[in-house]
Design a protein around this ligand. Structure first.
Ligand SMILES: [Fe+2]
Ligand SMILES: [Fe+2]
Length: 130
């Protein structure tokens, strides 16, 4: 499986702050995956991932709102869904409703799906502002 901590230039959305936050989220996702078998350590890094993602979404929404991005409302809604989905996965894993295998398959899809696919839609818009 791909190591999520490995940053590629192609991941850049053209904004230094957002790129750094994405890089940090990818590292935390990888650390969460690495600790999946150790419940205590997994819970702590998983909580950090949720906090850092919440902060990132707020910062990204501020940038998109300030720049007048047309897809802002839709993107903000996707952030809500994305965060709720991750919280549910962690809660389900904690309650034993899903296996660690299914969580370890979900996490890479979750972070690559939002950061590398949805966020790519505003990249050309942000890059035009420079
Ligand atoms: Fe993002
Ligand atoms: Fe986003």
């Amino acid at each position: 499986m791909q190591n999520l901590s490995h940053w590629e230039r192609s991941y850049s959305v053209g904004n230094w702050m957002l790129d750094n936050q994405h890089r940090n989220i990818l590292i935390l996702c990888q650390q969460t995956l690495d600790r999946i078998a150790d419940e205590l350590s997994f819970n702590s890094v998983g909580k950090e991932l949720l906090v850092v993602t919440t902060e990132h979404f707020a910062a990204e929404e501020k940038v998109l709102e300030m720049t007048g991005y047309a897809g802002f409302a839709k993107h903000r809604e996707e952030h809500r869904r994305c965060l709720a989905a991750l919280e549910k996965q962690f809660a389900d894993a904690h309650a034993g409703l899903i296996t660690t295998k299914s969580l370890s398959e979900y996490l890479p899809r979750w972070c690559i799906g939002h950061i590398m696919e949805s966020d790519r839609q505003f990249t050309p818009f942000i890059q035009r502002l420079h």
